[in-house]
Design a protein around this ligand. Structure first.
Ligand code: 5GP
Length: 190
């Protein structure tokens, strides 16, 4: 019987965290009990996002009340909004032998490692190069050149912190990267 494992994945905007996380979750289906942690955020829903599906959308006051009540295990600020992981479900999932993947900020991943120790593993996804990251961000066609430059500056700072993670993977290809993560999960949840 494998033990539960919290898999905290961080990396710069545009590196492909969301796609890789989804690929790992689908590869694990039927093999391991996979759970999804829904974060709380103060940012407004985007497009078709629904409360309780992508995030729990809360006001700043409500978010602060959750922190005071000890219901948020870690939280971080990103572009002026709070994002936090609810404490209860995550602790329960880890006990139940489930694999829980989270796509969170650097501070978030490090905080979960501090809290859960051997029950958590931290993975940093790096782009093959800064040029490739610039190409991917431009390819999304959703941000202005100015926003792309700011994200790239942020990315350069984030890259300097990759050494604080247990694993660093260069994301050349979603399939290859998700296979690498599966190997890490197998090794770390024994
Ligand atoms: P987005 O607004 O694009 O959904 O998310 C913005 C950033 O917040 C992403 O880097 C995402 O990984 C991070 N994030 C989402 N949920 C959490 C959370 O619960 N805790 C932390 N620390 N970061 C989060």
């Amino acid at each position: 019987m494998n033990k539960g494992l919290i898999v905290a994945i961080s990396g710069p905007s545009g590196v492909g965290k969301g796609t890789v996380t989804a690929a790992v979750e689908s590869k694990l289906e039927g093999i391991r009990d996979v759970a999804h942690s829904i974060s709380v955020t103060t940012r407004a829903p985007r497009g078709s996002e629904q409360d309780g599906v992508e995030y729990y959308f809360r006001s700043k006051e409500e978010f602060e009340e959750l922190i005071e009540a000890g219901q948020i295990i870690e939280y971080d600020e990103y572009l002026g909004n709070y994002y936090g992981t609810p404490a209860g479900p995550l602790a329960k999932m880890a006990e139940d032998g489930k694999v829980v993947l989270l796509d969170i900020t650097i501070e978030g991943s490090l905080a979960l490692k501090e809290f859960f120790g051997d029950d958590a593993v931290t993975i940093f996804l790096a782009p093959p190069s800064m040029e490739e990251l610039r190409r991917r961000l431009k390819g999304r066609n959703t941000e202005t050149d100015d926003v792309i430059e700011r994200r790239l500056t942020e990315a350069a700072n984030e890259m300097k912190r990759s050494g604080e993670f247990e694993y660093i993977l260069e994301n050349h290809d979603v399939d290859e990267t998700s296979e690498e993560i599966l190997k890490i999960i197998n090794k770390e949840s024994r």
